[in-house]
Design a protein around this ligand. Structure first.
Ligand code: ME8
Length: 520
Protein backbone atom coordinates (compact mmCIF):
# COMPACT_ATOMS: atom_id res chain seq x y z
CA UNK A 1 0.00 0.00 0.00
CA UNK A 2 1.38 3.36 -0.88
CA UNK A 3 1.11 5.82 1.96
CA UNK A 4 0.21 9.48 1.79
CA UNK A 5 3.63 10.80 0.84
CA UNK A 6 4.08 8.49 -2.13
CA UNK A 7 2.75 9.12 -5.57
CA UNK A 8 2.78 6.83 -8.59
CA UNK A 9 1.67 8.30 -11.90
CA UNK A 10 1.78 7.09 -15.46
CA UNK A 11 1.37 8.24 -19.04
CA UNK A 12 -0.11 5.90 -21.65
CA UNK A 13 2.58 3.83 -23.30
CA UNK A 14 2.69 5.10 -26.84
CA UNK A 15 2.44 2.97 -29.95
CA UNK A 16 5.69 2.78 -31.81
CA UNK A 17 4.01 2.76 -35.18
CA UNK A 18 4.90 6.37 -35.72
CA UNK A 19 7.03 9.32 -34.64
CA UNK A 20 5.97 11.18 -31.48
CA UNK A 21 3.84 14.29 -31.98
CA UNK A 22 2.45 17.12 -29.90
CA UNK A 23 -0.36 14.97 -28.46
CA UNK A 24 2.10 12.50 -26.95
CA UNK A 25 4.27 15.31 -25.64
CA UNK A 26 1.20 16.88 -24.04
CA UNK A 27 0.18 13.91 -21.93
CA UNK A 28 3.72 13.33 -20.71
CA UNK A 29 4.19 17.04 -20.02
CA UNK A 30 1.11 17.12 -17.80
CA UNK A 31 2.48 14.16 -15.86
CA UNK A 32 5.90 15.78 -15.68
CA UNK A 33 4.51 18.98 -14.17
CA UNK A 34 2.55 16.99 -11.63
CA UNK A 35 5.49 14.72 -10.80
CA UNK A 36 7.78 17.71 -10.27
CA UNK A 37 5.13 19.43 -8.18
CA UNK A 38 4.71 16.41 -5.92
CA UNK A 39 8.47 15.96 -5.52
CA UNK A 40 8.91 19.61 -4.55
CA UNK A 41 6.08 19.07 -2.10
CA UNK A 42 8.02 16.29 -0.39
CA UNK A 43 6.50 13.23 -2.05
CA UNK A 44 8.38 10.14 -3.07
CA UNK A 45 7.25 10.05 -6.71
CA UNK A 46 7.40 7.30 -9.29
CA UNK A 47 6.67 8.70 -12.73
CA UNK A 48 6.41 6.14 -15.52
CA UNK A 49 6.21 6.47 -19.28
CA UNK A 50 7.10 4.12 -22.10
CA UNK A 51 6.18 2.47 -25.37
CA UNK A 52 3.56 -0.04 -26.46
CA UNK A 53 5.40 -2.27 -28.89
CA UNK A 54 3.20 -5.27 -29.62
CA UNK A 55 0.11 -5.89 -31.70
CA UNK A 56 -1.01 -5.93 -35.26
CA UNK A 57 -0.66 -2.21 -35.77
CA UNK A 58 3.03 -2.22 -34.88
CA UNK A 59 3.60 -5.46 -36.80
CA UNK A 60 2.09 -3.89 -39.91
CA UNK A 61 4.15 -0.71 -39.55
CA UNK A 62 7.32 -2.80 -39.26
CA UNK A 63 6.35 -4.74 -42.38
CA UNK A 64 5.71 -1.49 -44.21
CA UNK A 65 9.15 -0.25 -43.14
CA UNK A 66 10.62 -3.54 -44.38
CA UNK A 67 12.31 -4.51 -41.11
CA UNK A 68 11.82 -6.99 -38.30
CA UNK A 69 9.39 -5.81 -35.61
CA UNK A 70 12.05 -5.84 -32.88
CA UNK A 71 14.47 -3.69 -34.88
CA UNK A 72 11.60 -1.39 -35.84
CA UNK A 73 10.40 -0.97 -32.24
CA UNK A 74 13.97 -0.36 -31.06
CA UNK A 75 14.22 2.52 -33.48
CA UNK A 76 10.85 4.15 -32.88
CA UNK A 77 10.90 3.65 -29.13
CA UNK A 78 14.15 5.59 -29.06
CA UNK A 79 12.37 8.59 -30.60
CA UNK A 80 10.09 8.66 -27.56
CA UNK A 81 13.04 8.48 -25.18
CA UNK A 82 14.74 11.29 -27.08
CA UNK A 83 11.56 13.34 -26.86
CA UNK A 84 11.49 12.90 -23.09
CA UNK A 85 14.99 14.27 -22.91
CA UNK A 86 14.33 17.16 -25.26
CA UNK A 87 11.22 18.19 -23.32
CA UNK A 88 13.03 17.95 -19.97
CA UNK A 89 10.68 15.24 -18.72
CA UNK A 90 11.62 13.85 -15.34
CA UNK A 91 10.21 10.34 -15.73
CA UNK A 92 11.75 7.89 -13.28
CA UNK A 93 11.44 4.96 -15.65
CA UNK A 94 10.75 4.18 -19.28
CA UNK A 95 9.10 0.83 -19.92
CA UNK A 96 9.01 -1.09 -23.17
CA UNK A 97 6.52 -3.91 -23.58
CA UNK A 98 9.11 -5.97 -25.46
CA UNK A 99 11.17 -6.35 -22.28
CA UNK A 100 11.26 -9.94 -20.97
CA UNK A 101 10.03 -8.85 -17.52
CA UNK A 102 6.90 -7.53 -19.16
CA UNK A 103 6.07 -10.81 -20.92
CA UNK A 104 6.43 -12.44 -17.48
CA UNK A 105 4.06 -9.95 -15.86
CA UNK A 106 1.49 -10.22 -18.67
CA UNK A 107 1.49 -13.99 -18.48
CA UNK A 108 1.19 -13.83 -14.70
CA UNK A 109 -1.87 -11.59 -14.85
CA UNK A 110 -3.36 -13.90 -17.48
CA UNK A 111 -2.71 -16.89 -15.26
CA UNK A 112 -4.30 -15.18 -12.27
CA UNK A 113 -7.41 -14.40 -14.33
CA UNK A 114 -7.47 -17.99 -15.56
CA UNK A 115 -7.04 -19.41 -12.04
CA UNK A 116 -9.86 -17.20 -10.81
CA UNK A 117 -12.18 -18.49 -13.52
CA UNK A 118 -12.48 -15.31 -15.57
CA UNK A 119 -11.11 -16.63 -18.89
CA UNK A 120 -12.67 -19.16 -21.25
CA UNK A 121 -11.95 -20.33 -24.79
CA UNK A 122 -14.48 -19.53 -27.53
CA UNK A 123 -14.78 -18.26 -31.07
CA UNK A 124 -14.69 -14.58 -31.92
CA UNK A 125 -16.50 -13.20 -34.86
CA UNK A 126 -16.89 -9.49 -35.21
CA UNK A 127 -15.34 -6.20 -36.30
CA UNK A 128 -11.83 -5.14 -35.43
CA UNK A 129 -10.00 -1.87 -36.08
CA UNK A 130 -6.25 -2.37 -36.26
CA UNK A 131 -5.61 1.36 -35.92
CA UNK A 132 -7.40 1.44 -32.56
CA UNK A 133 -6.52 -2.17 -31.69
CA UNK A 134 -10.17 -2.40 -30.63
CA UNK A 135 -13.25 -4.53 -31.26
CA UNK A 136 -16.46 -2.82 -32.27
CA UNK A 137 -20.08 -3.77 -32.24
CA UNK A 138 -21.93 -3.59 -35.56
CA UNK A 139 -24.20 -0.91 -34.05
CA UNK A 140 -21.22 1.39 -33.45
CA UNK A 141 -20.11 1.43 -37.10
CA UNK A 142 -21.03 3.74 -39.94
CA UNK A 143 -20.29 3.66 -43.67
CA UNK A 144 -18.18 6.53 -45.01
CA UNK A 145 -18.78 8.25 -48.39
CA UNK A 146 -16.93 5.43 -50.16
CA UNK A 147 -18.99 2.78 -48.40
CA UNK A 148 -16.09 1.75 -46.15
CA UNK A 149 -17.15 0.70 -42.65
CA UNK A 150 -15.60 2.85 -39.95
CA UNK A 151 -15.45 2.90 -36.16
CA UNK A 152 -16.56 6.05 -34.28
CA UNK A 153 -12.86 7.02 -34.16
CA UNK A 154 -12.77 7.02 -37.98
CA UNK A 155 -10.62 3.88 -38.10
CA UNK A 156 -11.32 1.31 -40.78
CA UNK A 157 -12.62 -2.01 -39.46
CA UNK A 158 -12.23 -5.56 -40.72
CA UNK A 159 -14.26 -8.70 -40.10
CA UNK A 160 -12.45 -11.16 -37.84
CA UNK A 161 -13.41 -14.77 -37.20
CA UNK A 162 -11.06 -16.90 -35.16
CA UNK A 163 -10.72 -18.96 -31.99
CA UNK A 164 -10.19 -16.63 -29.08
CA UNK A 165 -9.99 -16.57 -25.32
CA UNK A 166 -12.53 -14.33 -23.63
CA UNK A 167 -12.55 -12.37 -20.39
CA UNK A 168 -15.94 -12.52 -18.64
CA UNK A 169 -16.45 -8.76 -18.71
CA UNK A 170 -20.25 -9.16 -18.91
CA UNK A 171 -20.19 -10.27 -15.27
CA UNK A 172 -18.47 -7.11 -14.09
CA UNK A 173 -21.18 -4.52 -14.59
CA UNK A 174 -22.40 -4.42 -10.97
CA UNK A 175 -18.94 -4.62 -9.47
CA UNK A 176 -17.68 -1.80 -11.66
CA UNK A 177 -20.68 0.41 -10.91
CA UNK A 178 -20.21 -0.24 -7.20
CA UNK A 179 -16.53 0.61 -7.58
CA UNK A 180 -17.30 3.95 -9.32
CA UNK A 181 -19.84 4.69 -6.61
CA UNK A 182 -17.42 4.01 -3.82
CA UNK A 183 -14.68 6.02 -5.58
CA UNK A 184 -16.31 9.13 -6.97
CA UNK A 185 -12.94 10.59 -8.01
CA UNK A 186 -11.84 7.52 -9.91
CA UNK A 187 -12.63 9.01 -13.33
CA UNK A 188 -12.01 12.67 -14.03
CA UNK A 189 -13.15 15.12 -15.24
CA UNK A 190 -16.76 14.63 -14.09
CA UNK A 191 -18.16 14.62 -17.64
CA UNK A 192 -15.92 11.68 -18.49
CA UNK A 193 -17.02 9.88 -15.38
CA UNK A 194 -20.62 10.15 -16.52
CA UNK A 195 -19.66 8.74 -19.92
CA UNK A 196 -17.98 5.75 -18.32
CA UNK A 197 -20.86 5.08 -15.94
CA UNK A 198 -23.43 5.19 -18.73
CA UNK A 199 -21.30 2.96 -20.92
CA UNK A 200 -21.13 0.35 -18.16
CA UNK A 201 -24.84 0.75 -17.35
CA UNK A 202 -25.55 0.04 -21.01
CA UNK A 203 -24.30 -3.52 -20.46
CA UNK A 204 -20.94 -5.16 -21.09
CA UNK A 205 -20.04 -7.98 -23.43
CA UNK A 206 -17.33 -10.53 -22.80
CA UNK A 207 -14.07 -9.29 -24.24
CA UNK A 208 -11.94 -11.19 -26.72
CA UNK A 209 -8.43 -11.22 -25.22
CA UNK A 210 -6.40 -13.31 -27.63
CA UNK A 211 -5.77 -13.53 -31.35
CA UNK A 212 -4.43 -16.29 -33.57
CA UNK A 213 -3.95 -14.39 -36.81
CA UNK A 214 -0.61 -12.74 -36.07
CA UNK A 215 2.49 -13.32 -33.96
CA UNK A 216 3.88 -10.08 -32.64
CA UNK A 217 2.97 -10.18 -28.98
CA UNK A 218 3.02 -12.14 -25.74
CA UNK A 219 2.00 -15.79 -26.14
CA UNK A 220 -0.86 -17.05 -24.01
CA UNK A 221 0.45 -19.33 -21.24
CA UNK A 222 0.04 -23.00 -22.21
CA UNK A 223 -1.44 -22.12 -25.61
CA UNK A 224 1.23 -20.30 -27.60
CA UNK A 225 -0.85 -20.41 -30.79
CA UNK A 226 -2.74 -17.53 -29.18
CA UNK A 227 -1.22 -14.08 -28.75
CA UNK A 228 -2.56 -11.94 -25.91
CA UNK A 229 -4.79 -9.04 -26.94
CA UNK A 230 -2.45 -6.06 -27.09
CA UNK A 231 -4.52 -4.01 -24.66
CA UNK A 232 -4.30 -6.61 -21.90
CA UNK A 233 -0.55 -6.74 -22.50
CA UNK A 234 -0.26 -2.94 -22.70
CA UNK A 235 -2.26 -2.10 -19.58
CA UNK A 236 -0.19 -4.56 -17.60
CA UNK A 237 2.87 -2.34 -18.13
CA UNK A 238 1.76 -0.24 -15.16
CA UNK A 239 2.14 -3.29 -12.93
CA UNK A 240 5.29 -4.62 -14.60
CA UNK A 241 7.09 -1.38 -13.85
CA UNK A 242 6.62 -1.91 -10.11
CA UNK A 243 7.78 -5.55 -10.25
CA UNK A 244 4.48 -7.42 -10.64
CA UNK A 245 4.11 -10.40 -10.19
CA UNK A 246 6.50 -9.90 -7.29
CA UNK A 247 3.94 -8.19 -5.06
CA UNK A 248 6.31 -8.41 -2.09
CA UNK A 249 8.89 -6.20 -3.77
CA UNK A 250 9.85 -2.77 -2.49
CA UNK A 251 8.51 -1.03 -5.60
CA UNK A 252 5.18 -2.84 -5.56
CA UNK A 253 4.57 -2.26 -1.88
CA UNK A 254 5.67 1.37 -2.12
CA UNK A 255 3.71 2.40 -5.18
CA UNK A 256 0.79 0.10 -5.82
CA UNK A 257 -2.07 0.89 -6.32
CA UNK A 258 -1.18 3.52 -8.87
CA UNK A 259 -2.36 7.01 -7.90
CA UNK A 260 -3.00 8.37 -11.37
CA UNK A 261 -3.20 7.09 -14.91
CA UNK A 262 -3.14 10.11 -17.20
CA UNK A 263 -4.62 9.37 -20.61
CA UNK A 264 -6.24 11.03 -23.61
CA UNK A 265 -10.00 10.76 -23.92
CA UNK A 266 -9.60 8.25 -26.77
CA UNK A 267 -8.43 5.50 -24.45
CA UNK A 268 -10.52 6.14 -21.37
CA UNK A 269 -12.67 3.03 -21.75
CA UNK A 270 -9.64 0.76 -21.65
CA UNK A 271 -8.37 2.39 -18.47
CA UNK A 272 -11.60 3.02 -16.59
CA UNK A 273 -13.56 -0.12 -17.52
CA UNK A 274 -11.35 -2.96 -18.72
CA UNK A 275 -8.32 -2.29 -16.55
CA UNK A 276 -10.03 -2.18 -13.13
CA UNK A 277 -12.01 -5.30 -14.13
CA UNK A 278 -8.82 -7.15 -15.14
CA UNK A 279 -7.13 -6.13 -11.92
CA UNK A 280 -9.99 -7.02 -9.64
CA UNK A 281 -10.36 -10.30 -11.52
CA UNK A 282 -6.68 -11.05 -10.92
CA UNK A 283 -7.00 -10.12 -7.25
CA UNK A 284 -4.98 -6.91 -7.57
CA UNK A 285 -6.10 -3.53 -6.21
CA UNK A 286 -7.35 -1.18 -8.96
CA UNK A 287 -5.78 2.25 -9.50
CA UNK A 288 -6.99 5.32 -7.63
CA UNK A 289 -7.68 7.63 -10.51
CA UNK A 290 -7.81 7.96 -14.28
CA UNK A 291 -7.80 11.43 -15.80
CA UNK A 292 -8.80 11.73 -19.45
CA UNK A 293 -7.66 14.96 -21.05
CA UNK A 294 -8.88 16.51 -24.28
CA UNK A 295 -7.70 16.54 -27.84
CA UNK A 296 -5.41 19.03 -29.61
CA UNK A 297 -6.14 20.30 -33.07
CA UNK A 298 -3.78 22.34 -35.25
CA UNK A 299 -5.10 25.74 -36.35
CA UNK A 300 -8.62 24.32 -36.03
CA UNK A 301 -7.93 21.09 -37.94
CA UNK A 302 -7.70 17.54 -36.70
CA UNK A 303 -4.03 16.56 -36.44
CA UNK A 304 -3.38 13.72 -38.82
CA UNK A 305 -0.69 12.25 -40.94
CA UNK A 306 -2.92 12.19 -44.02
CA UNK A 307 -3.67 15.91 -43.71
CA UNK A 308 0.06 16.42 -43.18
CA UNK A 309 -0.30 18.81 -40.26
CA UNK A 310 1.40 16.78 -37.55
CA UNK A 311 3.12 19.06 -35.06
CA UNK A 312 6.56 17.81 -34.16
CA UNK A 313 7.19 18.96 -30.59
CA UNK A 314 10.89 19.41 -31.36
CA UNK A 315 10.08 21.89 -34.13
CA UNK A 316 7.97 24.13 -31.94
CA UNK A 317 10.46 23.91 -29.09
CA UNK A 318 13.13 25.11 -31.46
CA UNK A 319 10.93 27.91 -32.70
CA UNK A 320 9.49 29.22 -29.42
CA UNK A 321 11.67 27.79 -26.65
CA UNK A 322 11.09 24.79 -24.41
CA UNK A 323 9.58 26.41 -21.35
CA UNK A 324 7.47 28.66 -23.54
CA UNK A 325 5.94 25.58 -25.15
CA UNK A 326 5.52 23.83 -21.80
CA UNK A 327 3.77 26.89 -20.41
CA UNK A 328 1.53 27.35 -23.42
CA UNK A 329 0.33 23.75 -23.45
CA UNK A 330 -0.51 23.75 -19.77
CA UNK A 331 -1.98 27.24 -19.60
CA UNK A 332 -3.83 27.78 -22.84
CA UNK A 333 -6.51 25.15 -22.43
CA UNK A 334 -8.48 24.20 -19.33
CA UNK A 335 -7.03 20.78 -18.66
CA UNK A 336 -9.57 18.18 -19.73
CA UNK A 337 -10.96 20.26 -22.61
CA UNK A 338 -9.98 20.08 -26.26
CA UNK A 339 -7.52 22.71 -27.41
CA UNK A 340 -6.29 24.33 -30.56
CA UNK A 341 -2.64 24.96 -31.30
CA UNK A 342 -2.22 28.19 -33.19
CA UNK A 343 0.74 30.41 -33.83
CA UNK A 344 -1.22 33.47 -32.74
CA UNK A 345 -2.27 31.96 -29.41
CA UNK A 346 1.31 30.89 -28.77
CA UNK A 347 2.73 34.35 -29.50
CA UNK A 348 0.08 35.99 -27.32
CA UNK A 349 0.96 33.80 -24.37
CA UNK A 350 4.68 34.34 -24.79
CA UNK A 351 4.45 38.09 -25.18
CA UNK A 352 1.61 38.66 -22.74
CA UNK A 353 2.06 36.27 -19.83
CA UNK A 354 5.74 35.48 -20.08
CA UNK A 355 7.45 38.60 -21.41
CA UNK A 356 5.12 41.39 -20.20
CA UNK A 357 3.93 39.99 -16.90
CA UNK A 358 6.54 37.66 -15.52
CA UNK A 359 9.70 38.59 -17.41
CA UNK A 360 9.12 42.25 -16.88
CA UNK A 361 8.51 41.88 -13.16
CA UNK A 362 11.76 40.02 -12.61
CA UNK A 363 13.69 42.30 -14.93
CA UNK A 364 12.44 45.53 -13.33
CA UNK A 365 13.03 44.43 -9.77
CA UNK A 366 16.43 42.90 -10.34
CA UNK A 367 17.70 45.83 -12.36
CA UNK A 368 16.52 48.35 -9.74
CA UNK A 369 18.30 46.34 -7.11
CA UNK A 370 21.45 46.57 -9.18
CA UNK A 371 20.99 50.26 -9.90
CA UNK A 372 20.10 51.48 -6.41
CA UNK A 373 21.74 48.91 -4.13
CA UNK A 374 24.68 47.64 -6.18
CA UNK A 375 22.93 44.30 -6.57
CA UNK A 376 23.05 43.58 -2.84
CA UNK A 377 19.85 42.72 -0.93
CA UNK A 378 19.46 45.69 1.43
CA UNK A 379 18.89 45.59 5.19
CA UNK A 380 15.16 46.05 5.45
CA UNK A 381 12.03 45.62 7.44
CA UNK A 382 9.91 44.30 4.61
CA UNK A 383 6.29 43.56 5.32
CA UNK A 384 5.60 46.40 7.74
CA UNK A 385 3.19 48.28 5.54
CA UNK A 386 -0.24 46.99 4.54
CA UNK A 387 0.58 47.00 0.85
CA UNK A 388 3.70 44.90 1.50
CA UNK A 389 1.80 42.47 3.68
CA UNK A 390 -0.98 42.09 1.11
CA UNK A 391 1.49 41.10 -1.56
CA UNK A 392 3.51 38.83 0.70
CA UNK A 393 0.37 37.12 1.98
CA UNK A 394 -0.95 36.60 -1.53
CA UNK A 395 2.32 34.95 -2.53
CA UNK A 396 2.34 32.87 0.63
CA UNK A 397 -1.22 31.69 0.04
CA UNK A 398 -0.30 30.38 -3.40
CA UNK A 399 1.04 27.04 -2.19
CA UNK A 400 -2.30 25.92 -0.82
CA UNK A 401 -4.13 27.10 -3.92
CA UNK A 402 -1.69 25.37 -6.25
CA UNK A 403 -1.82 22.19 -4.19
CA UNK A 404 -5.56 21.97 -4.37
CA UNK A 405 -5.60 22.79 -8.09
CA UNK A 406 -2.88 20.24 -8.86
CA UNK A 407 -4.68 17.59 -6.85
CA UNK A 408 -7.50 17.98 -9.38
CA UNK A 409 -5.07 18.18 -12.33
CA UNK A 410 -6.33 21.72 -12.99
CA UNK A 411 -2.93 22.88 -14.26
CA UNK A 412 -4.36 25.97 -15.92
CA UNK A 413 -5.96 27.08 -12.67
CA UNK A 414 -2.74 26.62 -10.70
CA UNK A 415 -0.97 28.81 -13.27
CA UNK A 416 -3.81 31.30 -13.24
CA UNK A 417 -3.45 31.69 -9.49
CA UNK A 418 0.29 32.32 -9.82
CA UNK A 419 -0.38 34.88 -12.54
CA UNK A 420 -2.85 36.73 -10.33
CA UNK A 421 0.01 37.29 -7.88
CA UNK A 422 2.42 38.24 -10.68
CA UNK A 423 -0.06 40.92 -11.79
CA UNK A 424 -0.53 42.06 -8.21
CA UNK A 425 3.25 42.39 -7.88
CA UNK A 426 3.45 44.47 -11.06
CA UNK A 427 0.66 46.71 -9.79
CA UNK A 428 2.56 47.05 -6.51
CA UNK A 429 5.73 48.11 -8.37
CA UNK A 430 3.75 50.73 -10.31
CA UNK A 431 2.08 51.98 -7.19
CA UNK A 432 5.15 52.07 -4.95
CA UNK A 433 7.28 53.56 -7.72
CA UNK A 434 10.68 52.70 -6.25
CA UNK A 435 12.39 54.79 -9.00
CA UNK A 436 10.78 57.92 -7.51
CA UNK A 437 11.00 56.83 -3.88
CA UNK A 438 14.75 56.24 -3.99
CA UNK A 439 15.33 59.99 -4.22
CA UNK A 440 13.80 60.68 -0.81
CA UNK A 441 13.66 57.44 1.16
CA UNK A 442 16.36 54.87 0.63
CA UNK A 443 15.27 52.67 3.54
CA UNK A 444 11.69 52.40 2.34
CA UNK A 445 12.86 51.70 -1.22
CA UNK A 446 14.97 48.85 0.15
CA UNK A 447 11.93 47.43 1.91
CA UNK A 448 9.86 47.61 -1.29
CA UNK A 449 12.50 45.82 -3.32
CA UNK A 450 13.00 43.22 -0.61
CA UNK A 451 9.24 42.59 -0.56
CA UNK A 452 9.37 42.07 -4.31
CA UNK A 453 12.36 39.75 -4.15
CA UNK A 454 10.55 37.64 -1.59
CA UNK A 455 7.48 37.55 -3.82
CA UNK A 456 9.49 36.61 -6.91
CA UNK A 457 11.23 33.91 -4.91
CA UNK A 458 7.90 32.32 -4.03
CA UNK A 459 6.55 32.66 -7.54
CA UNK A 460 9.65 31.13 -9.10
CA UNK A 461 9.72 28.24 -6.63
CA UNK A 462 6.11 27.46 -7.50
CA UNK A 463 6.75 27.73 -11.24
CA UNK A 464 9.51 25.12 -11.24
CA UNK A 465 7.17 22.20 -12.08
CA UNK A 466 5.92 23.90 -15.24
CA UNK A 467 9.01 25.72 -16.46
CA UNK A 468 11.89 24.05 -14.64
CA UNK A 469 14.74 25.66 -16.51
CA UNK A 470 13.42 29.24 -16.59
CA UNK A 471 12.21 29.13 -12.99
CA UNK A 472 15.67 27.87 -12.06
CA UNK A 473 17.26 30.82 -13.85
CA UNK A 474 14.95 33.26 -12.06
CA UNK A 475 15.96 31.75 -8.75
CA UNK A 476 19.61 32.04 -9.77
CA UNK A 477 19.09 35.72 -10.55
CA UNK A 478 17.87 36.39 -7.05
CA UNK A 479 20.58 34.19 -5.53
CA UNK A 480 18.34 31.52 -4.04
CA UNK A 481 20.44 28.64 -2.75
CA UNK A 482 19.81 25.60 -5.02
CA UNK A 483 19.32 23.53 -1.88
CA UNK A 484 16.46 25.77 -0.77
CA UNK A 485 14.05 25.60 -3.64
CA UNK A 486 11.50 23.09 -2.38
CA UNK A 487 8.02 24.04 -1.20
CA UNK A 488 9.21 23.52 2.36
CA UNK A 489 11.45 26.55 1.75
CA UNK A 490 8.62 28.90 0.81
CA UNK A 491 8.41 30.38 4.32
CA UNK A 492 9.96 33.62 5.47
CA UNK A 493 12.80 31.79 7.24
CA UNK A 494 14.31 30.93 3.85
CA UNK A 495 14.20 34.45 2.40
CA UNK A 496 17.34 35.56 0.63
CA UNK A 497 19.29 37.21 3.50
CA UNK A 498 20.20 40.93 3.45
CA UNK A 499 23.76 41.42 2.26
CA UNK A 500 23.45 38.71 -0.44
CA UNK A 501 24.98 39.84 -3.74
CA UNK A 502 22.93 39.04 -6.83
CA UNK A 503 24.63 37.87 -10.03
CA UNK A 504 24.60 39.98 -13.17
CA UNK A 505 21.02 40.22 -14.53
CA UNK A 506 19.91 38.73 -17.83
CA UNK A 507 16.35 38.60 -19.20
CA UNK A 508 14.54 35.29 -18.80
CA UNK A 509 11.63 35.68 -21.24
CA UNK A 510 12.40 37.88 -24.24
CA UNK A 511 9.50 39.15 -26.37
CA UNK A 512 8.87 37.56 -29.74
CA UNK A 513 9.11 40.66 -31.91
CA UNK A 514 8.03 40.79 -35.54
CA UNK A 515 6.11 37.52 -35.13
CA UNK A 516 3.29 39.07 -33.13
CA UNK A 517 2.11 41.25 -36.02
CA UNK A 518 2.80 38.64 -38.66
CA UNK A 519 0.71 36.04 -36.88
CA UNK A 520 -2.21 34.79 -38.90
O1 ME8 B 1 -3.36 4.59 -27.52
N1 ME8 B 1 -4.29 15.49 -28.51
O2 ME8 B 1 -1.10 4.82 -27.89
P1 ME8 B 1 -1.03 6.09 -28.84
C1 ME8 B 1 -4.05 15.11 -27.26
N2 ME8 B 1 -0.65 2.41 -27.02
N3 ME8 B 1 -3.46 13.95 -26.93
C2 ME8 B 1 -3.08 13.13 -27.90
C3 ME8 B 1 -3.31 13.45 -29.27
C4 ME8 B 1 -3.95 14.70 -29.56
N4 ME8 B 1 -4.20 15.12 -30.81
N5 ME8 B 1 -2.82 12.44 -30.00
C5 ME8 B 1 -2.32 11.51 -29.14
C6 ME8 B 1 -2.21 4.20 -27.43
N6 ME8 B 1 -2.47 11.92 -27.86
C7 ME8 B 1 -1.91 2.93 -26.64
C8 ME8 B 1 -1.95 3.26 -25.16
S1 ME8 B 1 -1.73 2.57 -22.58
C9 ME8 B 1 -1.73 1.14 -21.72
C10 ME8 B 1 -1.71 2.08 -24.25
C11 ME8 B 1 -2.00 11.22 -26.66
O3 ME8 B 1 0.37 6.16 -29.32
C12 ME8 B 1 -3.14 10.91 -25.69
O4 ME8 B 1 -2.61 10.71 -24.41
O5 ME8 B 1 -2.11 6.05 -29.85
C13 ME8 B 1 -3.64 9.59 -26.22
O6 ME8 B 1 -4.40 8.88 -25.24
C14 ME8 B 1 -2.34 8.90 -26.53
O7 ME8 B 1 -1.49 9.95 -27.03
C15 ME8 B 1 -2.50 7.78 -27.53
O8 ME8 B 1 -1.24 7.31 -27.86
Amino acid sequence: MSDEKRFYLTTPIYYVNDAPHIGHAYTTLACDALARFMRLDGYDVFFLTGTDEHGQKVEKSAQAAGIEPQAFTDRVSKNFRDLAEAMNFSNDAFIRTTEPRHARASQAIWQALMDNGHIYLGLYSGWYAVRDEAFYDESELADDAQGVKRAPSGAEVEWVEEPSYFFDLSKWQDRLLAFYDANPDFVAPASRRNEVVSFVKGGLKDLSISRTSFNWGVPVPDDPGHIMYVWLDALTNYATAVDYPDTESQAFSNYWPCDLHMVGKDILRFHAVYWPAFLMGAGIAPPRRVFAHGWWTNEGQKISKSIGNIIDPLDIVERYGLDQVRYFLLREVPFGNDGDFSHRAMVNRINGDLANDLGNLVQRVVSMLHRYFDGVIPEHSAGHRDADRDLLDAAEGLLETCRSRMREQAFHEALDAVWAVIRQANAYVDHQAPWARIKEDRVRTGAILATLIQTIRRIAILLQPYMPESAGRMLDQIAVDPERRAFANLGRADSVPPGTALPKPSPVFPRLREEAEGAA
